[in-house]
Design a protein around this ligand. Sequence first.
Ligand SMILES: [Zn+2]
Length: 631
Amino acid sequence: MAVDTGRVAAPVEPTSHGQGVFRPLGLGDVRITGGFWADRQRVNRERTIPHGYAQLEAAGTLHNFRLAADLATSGYRALGMMFDGPFPFLDSDVYKWLEATGWELGRGWDDGIGTSTDEAIDLITRAQRDDGYLNTFVQVLGGGRPYTDLLWGHELYCFGHLIQAAVAWHRALGDDRLLGVATRVAAHVDAALGPGSDRRGIDGHPEIEMALVELYRVTGEERWLRLASHLLEGRGRGLLGEGRYGAAYWQDHAPVRSAPTVAGHAVRQLYLDAGAVDVAVELGDDELLDAVLRRRRDMVATRSYLTGGVGSRHRDEAFGDPYELPPDRAYAETCAAIASVMLSWRLLLATGDPAHADTLERTIFNGVLGGVGLDGVSYSYENPLQRRTHRVAEEDGVTERSPWFPCACCPPNLMRTFASYAAYLATTDDGGVTIHQYASSEIAAPAGGGVLRLKVATEYPWSGQVAVTVDEAPDAPVRVSLRIPEWSTAANASGPGEAPRDVSGRRTAAWTRQWQAGERIELDLGVVPRVTAPDRRVDAVRGCVAIERGPLVYCLEAADLSGGVELEDIRVGQPLIADTKRDDVAPSVIGVHVATSSNHEVNAIPYFAWANRLPGAMRVWVPTGDGEAPA
Ligand SMILES: [Zn+2]
């Protein structure tokens, strides 16, 4: 087996004295070996990451580093403008791409990606100033004066992504070229804005907080934890003011400890809360953790789409009011879904509550995965749950997905998420191992004074059958736990020498024993299509239902309608639904056959697979019955 215990290599690695229920297992411990996620990772490696480098070059993002390094002289390049100037945050695209390549090359070397990476790291190293500062926009266009525009400049945001890339390269490959650059950048921030400085300042876009905690975890230097905490506690003090969208937009409306619920720009809120969990875990700060949990509960209950997407408003990329969840006007940025996954994971480690693994699963399979085309090189920034026939006609021939964006935050965010996805599958703790997400994989974890090696075989998410085989076990009883997803209402499990038993309604199925190699657990989560009704307070989808199957949300797409029928005229009839093979959409995809009220039949496909054929209407929530108002 390729797995190698002792090298965790995960995006989030709390210290041994940090609080938490579960400890991560990293890319050295968990390897995805086949099936759905192996296919996604292969596409990410072979197509998405190389495409990302080509786009960073084509867009001029790498060129800007050459300018800052005095290796080029022509103008600063950006595909997008803000306040009559180029976007100032583009450095972060390179850093996120580098984080992706770190995790990816840690899974297995690739010469092509390795060469591109060397080029990028070399440029970054040469662009860094002698005083440690590094921002191409400020160095090339901003007169070299740091921290003059903390509201919109995104300097600390970019640094956060640089630090995360450096952490990935350190953990996955033991390569510290970026760690040296990142540490000098962090020291520059600490001197200018840290606890010992005479200036109080925070960045308009949170992100650096969680990165600094990880830098502390890598280096053991407490100053990074103190700096993270200092920046976190600087929120809600009016340091940034109201701006054009109000103080909540950049998370300066209330202190992190007292903000009652999620507000403002969704990505900023969730990155900030991810950093808050990291700080809380390391400081043993229950008040801070409880504040995040309070916001999180409210977000999941009242401001999340069925897909796990969050942030319904376009205007300021913000959370809406409770139940303000229009499917057609859903913004639901891909990055917000990724940020939600990052936060779910931290909360799962901290609390052990499987509800966070449920949210993570719903979000990764739908809200995140819908953000990239099946080809791996086309993306969506927004992830609506409905596209109207009229809208598609107005935008004649324009496809939903683009090869890149002027603000290209989402594509490299997807790359780093897929490259590190194995780290989200399982955890360890003093009692044993818990498998939270299902994928064909090999897992090795320290347990019971030895090593527990497990092989997971499954066709998930197409099938709910999961077989876990013990390959090697310690000479002591240890626990193996399997999460039962919240959507699973008919789950059966059997362990060694045990007949299948009903585990419906439980959150985990667990066995503690002295394992022998070859022993096997079988779990059947009962994946069948189901009809989901919306919360009655979501006005925009009242009278509609959605089709789900296992962890996947389904949608109807115009490409599956027979000639002349408009998607808006379809109404779901009796819940006569059944699986159907959809190899025409992509290999091994299972669709759902749905009866309509007019006794036609239509085929729903997984939401993540929409917008991969001809441009056309789509909807997740479909009206029921005849659609007429009651007399
Ligand atoms: Zn984005």
